[in-house]
Design a protein around this ligand. Sequence first.
Ligand code: GDP
Ligand code: GDP
Length: 455
Amino acid sequence: AAEEGFDVEEVEGAIEEAGHGPLPVLAVVGRPNVGKSTLVNRIIGRREAVVEDRPGVTRDRVTYEAEWAGRRFKVVDTGGWEQDVLGIDASVAAQAEYAIEAADACLFVVDATVGATDTDEAVVKLLRRAGKPVVLAANKVDGPSGEADAATLWSLGLGEPFPVSSLHGRGTGDLLDEVLKALPEAPEQRFGNAVGGPRRIALIGRPNVGKSSLLNKVAGEERVVVNELAGTTRDPVDELIELGGKTWKFVDTAGIRKKVHLQEGADYYASLRTAAAVEKAEVAVILIDTSDHISVQDQRIITMAVESGRAIVIAYNKWDELDEERRYYLEREIETEMQQVSWAPRVNVSAKTGRHMDKLVPAIETALAGWETRVPTGRLNAFLGELVAAHPHPIRGGKQPRILFGTQAGTKPPRFVLFASGFLEAGYRRFIERRLREEFGFEGTPIHISVRVRE
Ligand code: GDP
Ligand code: GDP
C-alpha cells in the first residue's frame, strides 16, 4: 500500500469505516408534540426531512442515519404519527412498541414544560417491559429556568432526565454522549440468539399483497410462537417455522396478521412496521401483487430494504390469477420497475394454491449466501487488475484515474473499499459493481463500494 501513495493508517482507517455491518438502532419515542421530530433533526444534523408543518400529512420516511463522535447509528423517528381511531394512548403505545422492538436503545422524549402525563407513564411501562437501555430527554428546556422542570422527571423512574432544547440545540451534545453509552457497538444483541440460531426472515410488502396468506401457507399448523416481549398488549411477534428441514424465525408476524385499520397515519404506521421488520431481519422477502401494477409504494418498500442492506428475495404473488396477456405486461413492468433489485432471486408463487412454495427456501438461502460472501483480497485484486487493464477509466482533463487496489471491508452485506489515484465517475463505479456481480455472484444482496482517492 505504501508505495501506491496510501499510508498504512489511512488504509486501515478506510477499511474500518467501510466495514461496519448493520448499524445499531435508536428509537425515538414519546407523545405527539413533545418535539421528537425536532430532536431527530438535531441528531441527524440536517434540516431536511422530518419536521412536517402541515398537520395530518404523513411521511413514509422512518429511519435515518446519524453520526456522533465518530460513531454511526440509525434513528427511528416515530414523530410522523397522527392520533388515530385507537385514541391517543393506544396509538402512542402501538407506535412505540414497534419502534422499541426494532431498537437497541430508546430515547424517550418528554415535554418538560408539561411534565409527566398519563400517556408518558404508559410509555414508561412499555420501556420497562422491553428491558432495553433508555435515555430520558426532558425537552423544551430552552434556558436555565427550565432546569427545575426537567428535574421533576426523575419521578418517571428512568434515571437522570437530560434537559435539552431540540429547537435551539441546548444540551443535545450531552444527550448524544449518553445515547452512545446506551447503544451497543454492534446491533447483534437485538437479535438474541443470533449466532448459530435460526435465520431471521421478514415478509414485507404493501397491504393486501398476500403476506399473511403466504405466512399461513408456509407455516401450516407447525408454528411456534416466540414471545420476546412477554406481557405486551399486542400479539406475540416472532414465529419459528420449519421449512426445508430447517427452522427459520419469521419476524414481526403480529404486524402481518393483525389488521389495524387506521385512518390518519395509516401509511406512516405501515412504514414504521416495515422498517421495524426489516431492522430485525437478515433477509427480506418482498411480496409483489402480480394482479396489480407495481406501484410507488412497492418501490419505497424495496428501497427501504436495499438501504438497510438486507438480503432480498422477490416473491411475485397471486401467480394463479395471471393470464397470458397480463403476464406479458408484467414481465415488461418487472424489467423497467424492478431494476434496482435485478440481482435478487425471484420466485413466482401463489399463497392461495401453494404454487412454488418449495422454491422459497432455496431463494432465501441463495440470498443469504450472497449477503455473507467474502472475496479474498488476493482474488479481488487479481480481478481488479485485469478489469482495469481491459477497461481503463476514461481520461478526464488529461488525467486517467486508476484503481490501485481494493479490499472487502465487511459482509452482511458485502462492503468494498477501492483505493484510487483519482475520482471515479458514477458510470465507472456502476460498471465495477456490475462486473463484481458477474464475477463473484452476490445474488440477492446489495453491495456497497466506497472509493478512497489518494491526495
Ligand atoms: P413530535 O410530534 O413529538 O415529533 O413534535 P415536533 O418535533 O413536531 O414538535 C412539536 C412542536 O414543539 C413544534 O412546534 C416544535 O417547534 C416545538 N418544539 C420542539 N422542540 C422544542 C424545544 O426544544 N423548545 C421549544 N420551545 N419548542 C420545541
Ligand atoms: P396482506 O395484507 O399482505 O397480509 O395480504 P393478505 O394475506 O391478507 O391477502 C390479501 C388478499 O389477497 C386476501 O383476500 C387473500 O385471499 C388474497 N390472496 C393472497 N394471496 C393470494 C394468491 O396467491 N392468489 C390469490 N388469487 N389471492 C391471494
